[in-house]
Design a protein around this ligand. Structure first.
Ligand code: URA
Length: 519
């Protein structure tokens, strides 16, 4: 007879009476419908065996099995609604993603028992409940690891060649333990909304199409892939490795903890993992060397020398991702090039590059420091709280935001993780210097009438030297290339002020900005 036994019940109940076939490995809706129907028909858990359609296509015996009245496709009509504790539904959502073939049988048995043993929901030590909890925990851990250990590599695919403004495709290879790809994919869609990406796994693949017209983008799932289908390491990866090597502090190495957070089974797909042995091998020796060194005396802060823009340009151009023809000639070209940029480590941690926005030939170009959390996610400059304040000031001065160009000195968001929060970190001078040529390229493409430096980082990048913003605010300085630069505070500085100081600061800021009206 075409009935397979549920592996969970094989020993005790060799003869299941009904084989339930679900649509796929993670068919929760199908399982709920089927379970409701089975309960209505008073089918004991041990009378049912569970399968998914994908098991059947892989199972030689299932292919030979004749259809019999005992095989059910899971579609019961008119099964009454069953009410269960909400925690059980949450448990089902995770357990169903586990690879244990006995998971459906286990969930149906728990459901049956919840209906017939009212005390079960209050018994945390029940063997079935504990098994399900462990499975849910394993699935959650696997999901967490996928979020942490997916590493994208960029590929200049066919779409990129015909539409470079969409940016390259980013492809990652990952080997999850459980059926979690569909459940985790929305996380990557939210995190990398503006980026074209695909994650390949042995069981299924997922692609994010972010450029579906003006629509919200879509996740497209496909069959599994082979590791060879994922691209080899690229230059960006080399930079990530260098960065990893530099942040690896030997005195803080805790091998056990590291393996707990980053289990060995994930190492093979992490570019940085090849270095762990070498770095860890030398860790205790390096720590001793650090301890043996004489104590360092904190260097007195020296005023930083002016770095002429031309010198910085020469230094960074050698390694830049500029288009083959040199300086980008359009904002679209600039956008593509900055998305690739790994000239400093910030790019590898940000969601995407955030370039300036506004019309070519704008009368005014505002330059801030770097994108913040909101800007990083949306890929647009000044769309968070600082941007709202800037917009209010523009409205006060009757300047239309659509007519000005808004940009930043640094293209990527630099942050520090505190729990789940990404806290803004000021880019270092070196990082700002590495990014400067993109700003200069943008200025060359936009050809603004006048520049506005919002805060010290922007002023330094635009003027090529440190500018004391408090002393120089409201002044219009001139660059070597003749561009005029109005110096003022960054809107975030106003947002950080104590409430009692804000009115006055707001009036003074408007006064600085009102100098734009006469130019
Ligand atoms: N702060 C900036 O300097 N730039 C932005 O785009 C947003 C906040």
């Amino acid at each position: 007879m075409g009935v397979m036994n549920d592996p969970l019940t094989t020993d005790l109940f060799p003869q299941a009476l009904l084989a339930m076939t679900l649509q796929g490995q993670t068919d929760l809706d199908g399982f709920r419908r089927a379970a409701r129907g089975l309960l209505a028909q008073q089918m004991l858990p041990e009378q049912v065996s569970w399968h998914s359609a994908s098991d059947a296509t892989q199972d030689l015996f299932a292919a030979a099995a004749p259809l019999s009245p005992y095989v059910h496709n899971g579609a019961f009509s008119d099964a009454p609604v069953v009410s269960v504790p909400p925690e059980f539904l949450t448990l089902c959502e995770s357990v169903i993603l586990h690879t244990d073939p006995g998971r459906f049988g286990l969930l149906y048995r728990i459901l049956w028992r919840l209906m017939h043993e009212p005390g079960l929901r209050h018994d945390p030590l029940d063997a079935d409940m504990m098994k399900a909890q462990h499975m849910a925990q394993a699935v959650r851990r696997d999901m967490h690891k996928m979020k942490a250990f997916v590493r994208f590599r960029s590929v200049q695919d066919e779409t990129f060649r015909s539409r470079p403004e969409d940016g390259p495709l980013h492809v990652a290879w990952f080997e999850p333990v459980h059926h979690i790809v569909e459940a985790v994919a929305p996380f990557f869609a939210r995190r990398f909304t503006q980026m074209r990406w695909a994650i390949l796994t042995p069981e299924c693949s997922v692609e994010w199409r972010c450029v579906d017209g003006d629509g919200p983008g879509s996740l497209v799932f496909g069959p599994g892939a082979r590791k060879e289908d994922a691209p080899p390491p690229d230059a960006g990866e080399q930079l990530w490795l260098t960065y990893y090597q530099h942040i690896f502090n030997p005195a803080r190495l805790k091998m056990k903890m590291m393996q707990k957070e980053m289990p060995r089974k994930y190492w093979k797909n992490l570019p940085e993992a090849d270095m762990i042995h070498t770095l860890a091998g030398g860790a205790s020796e390096n720590s001793l060397r650090m301890i043996d060194q004489p104590a360092t005396v904190t260097a007195r802060r020296m005023p930083s020398p002016a770095i002429p823009i031309s010198i910085i340009h020469e230094a960074v151009h050698a390694d830049s991702h500029r288009p083959a023809g040199g300086r980008p000639s359009s904002l679209a070209e600039l956008h593509t090039a900055t998305n690739h940029c790994r000239e400093c480590p910030i790019g590898a941690c940000a969601t995407q590059a955030v370039n300036g926005e506004g019309p070519l030939g704008a009368g005014i170009m505002f330059v801030g420091e770097q994108p913040g959390d909101h800007e990083d996610v949306r890929g647009k400059p000044f769309v968070g709280p600082a941007g709202q304040l800037l917009e209010r000031a523009l409205a006060e001065l009757s300047i239309n935001r659509d007519q000005v160009f808004v940009s930043n000195a640094v293209r990527h968001f630099k942050y520090e993780l505190r729990g789940k929060r990404r806290i803004h970190k000021t880019p270092s001078q070196r990082e700002a210097a590495a990014c400067l040529h993109w700003l200069e390229d943008e200025i060359a493409v936009v050809k603004p009438g006048m520049l506005v430096a919002l805060g010290a980082s922007a002023a330094r990048s635009l003027m090529g030297r440190a500018i004391p913003v408090t002393a120089s605010r409201g002044q219009i300085l001139e660059r070597d290339d003749g561009h005029k630069v109005l110096i003022t505070l960054h809107p975030s500085a106003l947002l950080r002020m104590p409430p009692e100081a804000q009115d006055e600061a707001w009036t003074a800021w408007l006064q600085d900005l009102s100098r734009l009206k006469n130019h």
